[in-house]
Design a protein around this ligand. Structure first.
Ligand code: DGL
Length: 273
């Protein structure tokens, strides 16, 4: 049993999309979330820069006495998972790619045509292909970097024609030419445009990294006997930090968690020390 909070982080607000899945599956757990909104997007930056930012966030979460770190970001999972594990051997560190690849490997067959959409860094790393092939050789995968999605989502440009056109710009040919029938949202920002994607390509099966990581957290906590014991609801305070408290970050937390601002503990934290 361990009542310390679980630390989550992302380059921005995308990682928030994993929080409702955690709250549903693990209602007794307390969460500290950090979104590096001042420095987003990570997905087009160099691995060295991503590593430097990631270690700052890791130190911040560890100083806040988290019992586990969840990298709610595919880009960081693809580049720095092992760096974080080496830096904090005392706590488990979980990335989003392996749990998502495991679901793809289990639920897809050789007949499927699996598209993986992600940031440039994630696509260049080939981390998805490697993890999927390790678990299920012979699956057909195709990757596509979609670098304009994250800046638009961070700006809140979602439910409109600009986003729909951007999706079509990246995905129309990709889906048609490769005959994709299954699409992996290999970026935790992308569940925020899943409804647009479903509307444009209603026959696609969608697998989301934000959802699959919740199951991995549950399995890890069970294996280490680290579940929190049920607490009074006022002790269950979650904290949401951002390195830039933009209006859109605050609005997104409210939308994703379905709570009002005064019910949420939202704080500013500059890590660029
Ligand atoms: N949400 C992030 C991911 O899952 C990265 C977005 C970005 O900063 O480019 O890859």
């Amino acid at each position: 049993m361990d009542n310390r909070p679980i630390g989550f982080f992302d380059s921005g607000l995308g990682g928030l999309t994993s929080i409702p899945h955690i709250m549903k599956q693990l209602p007794d757990e307390r969460i500290i979330f950090f979104g590096d909104t001042a420095r987003t997007p990570y997905g087009s930056k160099s691995p060295d820069t991503i590593r430097q930012f990631t270690m700052q966030i890791g130190d911040f979460l560890v100083k806040n006495d988290v019992k586990m770190i969840v990298i709610a970001c595919n880009t960081v999972s693809a580049t720095c998972l092992e760096d974080l594990r080496a830096a904090y051997p005392q706590i488990p560190v979980i990335g989003v790619i392996s749990p998502t690849a495991a679901v793809v490997a289990k639920s897809c067959s050789e007949e499927d045509r699996i598209g993986i959409i992600a940031t440039k860094v994630t696509v260049r790393s080939c981390a998805y292909e490697a993890r999927i092939q390790e678990k299920h050789q012979g699956l057909h995968t195709f990757s596509k970097a979609c670098p304009a999605f994250v800046p638009l989502i961070e700006e809140g440009i979602i439910d409109n024609a600009i986003m729909d056109l951007t999706i079509q710009y990246y995905l129309d040919d990709f889906i048609r030419e490769n005959r994709i029938n299954t699409l992996v949202l290999g970026c935790t920002h992308y569940p925020l445009i899943a409804a647009n994607i479903r509307k444009l390509y209603p026959d696609l099966r969608i697998i989301s990294s934000s959802k699959e990581v919740a199951t991995a957290v549950k399995i890890e906590l069970a294996a280490r006997d680290m579940f929190a014991v049920p607490q009074r609801s006022d002790d269950l305070e979650n904290v949401f930090y951002a390195s830039d408290l933009s209006e859109n970050f605050v609005n997104m937390i409210k939308t994703i968690l379905g709570r009002e601002e005064d019910e949420l503990n939202i704080k500013f934290k500059n890590l660029d020390l």
